[in-house]
Design a protein around this ligand. Structure first.
Ligand code: ADP
Ligand code: ZN
Ligand code: ZN
Length: 812
């Protein structure tokens, strides 16, 4: 018997199946999808069994036997194995890279297994052949240890028993990540005592006084802080906190951080709502597809607050009633806790959550529940599309336009494509939901490739929020130099009076904080990348966001020796400071990378805001999605156009999508909502159409521009990235590739390049690219594979790297 194996060596030369002899004791157990250890050159490597054959086409005397089985049961289903081949072909990736992507990280390493006799068997029913293996208990703790001493016949017998499910296998994947601890500071005394303490503290102990004052002014809000949060909020050092502890004013203790943010949470069971007419009209064709088991892709365009989630929930309900399973993809799961909660509330413990903030072990636990059929709904980010279900009945992709569904490293797959492929296999419907579908998807729906479902109204006929566009140039002309327009200030003060809540959104993509010399305009750049360094306030440093290089802030300009080197740009901290100047009493909950680094903190901040503990929720991209709080009646957008000028043909689309999404947070329930959008380009259509909530108008205009420029969805794109430490090598290789493509591909296909990438150097590697635009190009895959082959030896020998990105989302 021969096993055809893909070995775990990601290289062009090894990207094919190798034959191995299956030793007789493994014959019973080995099936496609199992991993094995095999001799490969001088080493032993792991590999995936893709197929089993009777004989090999190669000289069988030269075929080596495989060394051992890594799994006793295949982690990958046959469907996923077949899918892996498809993904590899469509993304031009190494097969083994795709296979590994399908498994949770904890599963990639070697692991031991526990064997146990099936519980349902009574003593008398246990086959005699295996009784000697279990002399005392019904368990063998370690397969590894046992198989070392066992004879080949014993192993064979045991494997038969495993195959017949008389003996069960439990993988012992290491899931016991060391428990993380954090330090908790508790206030031990009353407000009066704190005031007394200030009086008795010498005035030169400025920091202690500052901390005491902080405790007094926040006394009503909180009495317990994590040490790190306290240091940041009160802006003091550890020593200061320690000195208060010595005076017994506070205590400091260590607490384990909850591993799972949902752990210990009880979810109140929710019942299906009576649907609005539009929701019912959208749901019906989906139900038909579920019942008739015909695969269809639906595009559900529903305005923000139209109740898309309820449609998803009721569709899944039907799927579960048929004994099938569901996958729900959300853009970045840790950013949408409210969404996850709604699935947990409806389906309880039948939901596995593949949360990006989970540790490797926890992710493995959730994955294993799916593999063992213990759950039937998986909610997760992009990689959850590979959830190993075997009776899939529906796949839902919420916010389908989000670019995070495309993986930006090999394999560069798009979850939408993979979803449709799996849907075909299982004859299951796919729902792509969004208030602002990607141009690609909407164009496909218009052509009838996808079935279009539309919900134009909010639930209960709640009105769409009133959007006003504020021209910040006008503000400046009329003498307002602050970052808040008059309308916004008025809006916020109005909400404060009415005790309603405001969301302030700072669009920071393509817009970072940097320092600049006011005299000569010098901006510090990274030594290894051609990009400006970003200013980090928390540790007063300059950092490169591409390579991580960090340096101190120069006090004088290295170019002109001037000392007026200053910070430019706007961060959330800066906005917070400025806002406090206008409204000294205002309670701000700030949400950005700095305040949400800790697991669960994102959810906690949101909960606090939901409980009314803040007047303003201030944040970046991460507050744009999925917020549903009845008391939010004002949304303010600072710098709406900051990403409009990125060198990317999708920048208009992204601006429209983001603004629509943020605006959608306002007035979702009884109280009417208002949105104030501050911009320097008020006439741009992707900002104007947000005001009128007019997706269709935006779609038409944007399509016109795409047609003119020859961009998707009119053309497909491929970008070929070439990089190397040697500039001349990059240039000449990119040039040769470009010419080769021009020669090989059809006349209707355009090949552009070579050009230097937008960031011409990252981590000391020079970067060039060329681009292919095509409509129909049957020779594409072969030609690109040809390119990879041609440079195969050069990429192994030198620092040259070539990456192909089919349907790229990152143009930089
Ligand atoms: P979307 O995802 O389209 O932005 P949601 O699904 O969040 O909208 O729905 C908006 C709000 O309306 C939620 O609070 C939801 O609970 C509520 N809702 C949805 N459908 C109904 C319904 N049929 N009846 C009453 N309330 C509903
Ligand atoms: Zn200078
Ligand atoms: Zn750098």
């Amino acid at each position: 018997m021969i096993a055809k194996v893909i070995v775990d060596v990601a290289a062009n030369q090894t990207d094919r199946m190798f034959d191995y002899l299956v030793p007789p004791e493994f014959e019973q157990t080995i099936v496609p999808g199992i991993r094995v250890n095999v001799p490969f050159g001088p080493r032993k490597v792991q590999g995936f069994v893709i197929a089993i054959a009777e004989d090999s086409e190669h000289d069988s005397s030269k075929i080596k036997p495989l060394a051992e089985l890594v799994d006793l049961k295949p982690p990958l289903t046959e469907e996923l194995l077949a899918l892996s081949t498809w993904v590899k072909d469509n993304t031009l990736s190494f097969h083994v890279t795709v296979l590994k992507t399908m498994l949770p990280a904890a599963m990639r390493a070697k692991y031991d297994k526990r064997l146990s006799i099936h519980e349902s068997l009574d003593e008398g029913e246990v086959p005699e052949s295996i009784q000697p293996f279990f002399p005392e208990t019904n368990e063998i703790e370690s397969w590894e240890k046992w198989s070392k001493d066992a004879s080949e016949l014993d192993k064979k017998v045991m494997m038969t028993a495993i195959k017949e499910e008389v003996v069960l296998v439990t993988p012992l994947v290491k899931t016991s990540d060391s428990v993380k601890k954090q330090q908790i500071v508790n206030l031990m005394v009353s407000k009066k005592d704190l005031e007394k303490a200030i009086e008795s503290t010498p005035s030169r102990a400025i920091k202690q006084v500052k901390l005491l004052e902080f405790f007094i002014s926040h006394f009503e809000d909180e009495s317990e802080y994590t040490l790190t949060a306290l240091l940041e909020k009160a802006d003091v050092s550890r020593d200061t906190v320690q000195s208060l502890r010595k005076k017994n004013l506070v205590s400091i203790e260590e607490k384990a951080i909850a591993r799972d943010p949902y752990e210990g949470r009880t979810f109140v069971k929710s019942e299906p709502l009576l649907l609005m007419e539009e929701q019912q009209t959208a749901l019906d064709p989906i139900l038909d597809s579920i019942h008739q088991e015909n695969h269809q892709t639906f595009l559900l365009r529903g305005v923000t607050g139209s109740g898309k989630t309820e449609v998803y929930l009721q569709a899944i309900d039907q799927v579960l009633k048929k004994g099938k399973e569901a996958i729900v993809l959300v853009p970045e799961i840790s950013l949408t806790p409210q969404m996850v909660t709604r699935f947990k509330e409806r389906f309880g413990s039948r939901v596995a959550v593949l949360h990006s903030a989970l540790s490797k072990g926890e992710k493995y636990d959730e994955w294993q529940k799916i593999r063992e059929g213990k759950v039937d709904v998986a909610v997760g980010a992009r990689s959850a599309i590979f959830a190993p279900f075997e009776k899939l009945g529906i796949i839902i992709i919420d916010e389908e336009h989000e670019t995070s569904y495309k993986q930006e490293e090999s394999p560069r797959y798009h979850a939408r494509q993979v979803a449709i492929k799996r849907g075909e296999y299982y004859k299951a419907p796919i729902i792509l939901g969004s208030a602002t579908p990607s141009l690609e998807s909407y164009a496909r729906a218009k052509k009838g490739v996808y079935t279009l479902l539309t919900m134009e109204n909010r639930v209960n006929h709640v009105k769409m929020p009133e959007v006003s566009i504020i021209d910040m140039r006008e503000e400046l002309r009329s003498g307002n130099r602050s970052m808040f327009s008059e309308s916004l200030v008025k809006g916020i003060s109005d909400r404060l009076e009415k005790r309603e809540q405001t969301v302030l959104f700072l669009n920071r993509r393509g817009y970072s904080s940097f320092i600049m010399c006011r005299d000569c305009g010098y901006v510090p750049q990274c030594d290894h990348c051609d990009i400006s360094l970003t200013y980090h306030r928390t540790n007063q440093s300059l950092q490169c966001h591409y390579c991580g290089h960090s340096e101190t802030i120069p006090s004088i300009c290295p170019e002109c020796q001037s000392d007026s080197i200053r910070f430019f740009g706007t961060g959330t901290q800066k906005v917070e400071e400025e806002l406090l100047k206008v409204f000294p009493e205002i309670r701000i909950i700030r949400m950005d990378v700095d305040t949400t680094r800790r697991k669960g903190s994102h959810e906690k901040l949101l909960r606090q805001f939901g409980e009314g503990k803040g007047d303003v929720l201030l944040g970046t991209q991460m507050i744009a999605k999925g917020l549903d709080f009845p008391n939010i009646t004002l949304v303010g957008v600072l710098a709406a156009d900051s990403m409009l000028h990125l060198p990317d043909f999708r920048s208009g689309e992204r601006t429209f999508q983001l603004l629509t999404q943020v605006s959608g947070r306002a007035g979702r329930h009884l109280k009417p909502g208002e949105v104030v959008v501050q911009t320097y380009t008020p006439d741009h259509y992707s900002i104007e159409d947000v005001k009128s909530h007019n997706y269709l108008s935006f779609f038409e205009k944007e399509m016109g521009i795409r047609k003119q420029g020859g961009y998707p969805p009119y053309y497909f794109l491929v970008i070929i990235h070439v990089s190397s430490e040697q500039l001349d090598q990059v240039v000449s290789v990119t040039e040769k590739i470009t010419h080769f493509l021009q020669r090989e591909l059809s006349d209707q296909t355009f090949v552009y390049g070579p050009v230097a990438s937008t960031i011409p150097r990252i981590k000391d590697r020079y970067r060039y690219q060329c681009m292919i635009k095509y409509k129909v190009e049957p020779k594409l895959t072969n030609t690109l594979q040809e390119v990879i082959k041609t440079y195969q030896s050069e990429t192994t020998r030198s620092s040259l790297a070539i990456h192909m990105d089919m349907n790229p989302y990152m143009m930089l």
